[in-house]
Write a protein that binds this ligand. Structure first.
Ligand code: SF4
Length: 387
């Protein structure tokens, strides 16, 4: 096999344009060389011990009219996810306060809509302003935005808008038919024009080919400017969704995807997102080595489970990492959580399952019982056309 020289492909200026072929070549790089190069680029741009913590709250769950074949919230699939009402503002603010107390610096609100209706905007604006007043960064993921909505959200205090490309342009129609890849680029253009930061990533494991994975990464990297935040999700297969039987990907392919995201987007936060619950600790550590420096931190990721804060804090403490932009360190966070649990135990507030778990001697030895523990291939043309 011809040896690939990463130095011919890196370093890259923000203005560089990535072809799908170049990204495919990166995928062919020997695994450890790829991770090493990603780690090097990561260290040039970030403190490698720091991890940015975002907490995601589903403020409107289920009943979505879109047909994303990976999503249990689509009303078209029988997944057991109910169509719930929009949460009250008070509940949202209360969850944001809890997230902050547990070390999160960004609070993301997600709604299962095609896009927000005018009747939703007042509450969204108020909730954004109140979360912002807590001293947190605020992110929203509310779907397709109409003219003027991005500006309203920005004026309310929103920092980031999340809108994922999901998959490559070529694979898009096999995954979603109720919207087009260009619709995503269109909304991203509105977000940028309003002066919001962009959180934009995709999902791995949607039966896409490696070339299509390369196409997704090239599309993300060719956005101009590149997204500040890049969530890389591994499909969580949910029974009832069309992708429940999707082909399993080897873990190294996910780590390669993280490493290439870091190489292509050196100054973006690359976030380990959905699918982390299914990843062993060592795989997560390898992802951090390969340049991931952000996680979703909390018990639920919209409707699928996420490692709880305690597991996250233990793992990140073990890896000698620290929360970015927070005065707390993971040791303090773990102590606080233990004190809260002891208090809840004393008050009889734990379920019988939690009580049994927390009375197990191993728990208080600091170990959790029972194991440890979103045309051309590029998008740039579209985005620039919108910007
Ligand atoms: S991914 Fe979002 S837009 Fe697609 S069905 Fe789920 S909630 Fe709706």
């Amino acid at each position: 096999m011809q040896k690939l020289r990463l130095t011919t492909l890196t370093p890259h200026k923000q203005t560089d344009y990535w072809t799908v072929c170049e990204v495919e070549k990166l995928f062919e790089t020997p695994f450890l060389e790829l991770v090493y190069e990603a780690a090097r680029i990561h260290r040039e741009n970030f403190d490698p011990r720091e991890v940015q913590l975002s907490t995601l709250l589903s403020i409107k769950t289920g009943g979505c009219p879109e047909d994303c074949t990976y999503c249990p919230q689509s009303a078209r699939y029988n997944t057991g996810v109910e169509n719930e009402e929009l949460l009250a503002k008070e509940e949202i603010i209360s969850k944001a306060k809890i997230a902050k107390a547990k070390g999160a610096t960004r609070f993301c609100m997600g709604a299962a809509w095609r896009g927000p209706k005018e009747k939703h905007m007042k509450m969204l604006r108020e909730a954004i302003a109140e979360v912002k007043a807590l001293g947190m960064e605020v992110c929203g993921t509310f779907g397709v935005l109409e003219e003027g909505q991005a500006e309203q959200l920005k004026d309310a205090g929103l920092d980031y808008y999340n809108h994922n490309l999901d998959t490559s342009p070529e694979h898009y129609e096999k995954i979603i038919t109720t919207r087009k890849f260009d619709d995503r680029i269109n909304t991203l253009g509105k977000v940028r024009n309003a002066g919001l930061k962009v959180c934009c990533g995709g999902i791995i494991g949607l039966n896409e080919s490696r070339k299509e994975r390369a196409g997704l990464l090239a599309s993300l990297a060719n956005l101009d400017p590149q997204p500040e935040s890049v969530p890389i999700n591994q499909l969580v297969k949910v029974e009832g969704t069309p992708l429940f039987e999707a082909e399993e990907l080897d873990w190294t392919e996910f780590v390669r995807t993280i490493a290439i995201a870091r190489i292509l987007m050196p100054t973006s936060h690359v976030r380990l997102s959905a699918g982390r619950q299914q990843m062993p600790e060592a795989m997560q550590a390898m992802c951090f080595m390969a340049g991931a420096n952000s996680i979703f931190y909390g018990e639920k990721l919209l409707t699928t489970s996420n490692p709880d804060n305690n597991f996250d804090a233990q793992l990140l403490h073990k890896l000698d990492m620290k929360p970015e932009g927070s005065e707390l360190d993971f040791e303090t966070i773990l102590q606080q959580q233990e004190e809260e649990l002891l208090q809840a135990h004393a008050n009889g507030e734990l379920s019988s399952e939690q009580t049994a778990e927390h009375e197990h001697p191993a728990y208080f030895a600091g170990q959790q019982v029972g194991g440890c523990g979103s045309k051309s291939n590029d998008g740039v043309g579209y985005f620039k056309a919108q910007a």
